[in-house]
Design a protein around this ligand. Structure first.
Ligand code: AMP
Length: 302
């Protein structure tokens, strides 16, 4: 079933202890869409500038991502630069140039308005809500990501959008910041009162924790000898997670757990190479093979 994503499409400059790239396709919506395209048809809503070339577009088109909702505006594409040191859990943002993204006002093409699965990547919560308002019918599942900037500056708007969201996917700091509660399980109870009935806490190299109002489920990050570039791991996790759920067609406790595993597996491929490089060639076969290893990694008898 179709999966709609709205979020940033960017050029990134990335430095890690393994090397650097001065300009590569990035943005939360790009990582999400490429990751999810292994499972289900993806529709993308975003904005790029006139420096966004055919070859950049081709990276997304080759994975059959629907770009009818990718607007072109006069000016430059959103640019982000970041640096990682030996500890890849910490990154320094060096540059954020919003460019055409500053005036982004998402518009859903007619053909997108019936999307049953929706992922609202990290953008202004008012714009996230406007995407939902443009839907012809209520989506089956809405998941949302956000960041400290919006939690601090637009808390009321974020709360309003959360009322229409079933799954909140954020990191542990953001969970604490939204709720003012340090303990993640108690924080989840606050989140449940705001709307979402499922909280997925992304924890980088420590994996991810799902707190659902009926159960808890935890996945590790797949152990790798070398992480080349962690950029986009969280958005790839979200893409694998939502892509799997959209392909499964039903949302049950078991499909939510499998979605956690697929999210972690796809995220682990992304970090093996710079930018979206690994996602360009990733296949469902490779994903399933790693998911099997994952199941051996975590299974035990009592
Ligand atoms: P992640 O590593 O999953 O947090 O995502 C990294 C991606 O987020 C990069 O490709 C950036 O282009 C994009 N990004 C960085 N800052 C922002 C922002 N303020 N709003 C939207 N996207 C951003």
């Amino acid at each position: 079933m179709s999966l709609l994503v709205v979020g940033s499409v960017a050029f990134d400059a990335i430095e890690t202890p393994h090397g650097s790239v001065p300009r590569t396709l990035g943005g939360a919506a790009s990582y999400f869409a490429l990751a999810a395209s292994n499972f289900t048809p993806v529709r993308l809503v975003g904005v790029v500038g006139d420096d966004f070339g055919k070859q950049d577009e081709q990276i997304l088109r080759r994975r059959r991502i629907d770009l009818e909702g990718l607007e072109r505006a006069p000016g430059k594409t959103f640019f982000w630069a970041g640096r990682y040191n030996q500890n890849m859990n910490e990154r320094t943002t060096l540059v954020t140039e919003l460019n055409v993204f500053a005036n982004f006002n998402p518009k859903l093409p007619e053909s997108y308005r019936d999307s049953p699965y929706v992922f609202l990547a990290n953008i202004d919560p008012t714009l996230q809500r406007s995407v939902l308002q443009q839907a012809r019918r209520k989506p089956k599942l809405v998941a949302l990501d956000t960041m400290n900037y919006w939690i601090e500056r637009t808390p009321a708007e974020l709360r309003e959008t959360l009322k229409h969201t079933q799954i909140l996917m954020i990191n542990d700091d953001e969970t604490r910041q939204i709720t003012g509660e340090h303990n993640l399980l108690r924080a989840a109870k606050h989140i449940f009162k705001m709307g979402p009935k499922t909280l997925v806490i992304k924890r980088g190299e420590h994996g991810a924790l799902m707190v659902h109002n009926r159960f808890l489920f935890s996945v590790p990050a797949f152990p790798l000898e070398e992480v080349h570039d962690p950029t986009g791991a969280g958005d790839s996790f979200a893409g694998g997670f939502m892509g799997y759920l959209a392909s499964a067609g039903s949302i049950t406790d078991e499909s939510l757990k499998r979605a956690m595993v697929y999210g972690s597996v796809v995220g682990s491929f992304t970090v093996e190479r710079f930018g979206v490089d690994r996602l360009k060639t990733l296949t469902r076969h490779e994903i399933d093979a790693r998911a099997k290893l994952f199941s051996r990694l975590t299974a035990f008898k009592l």
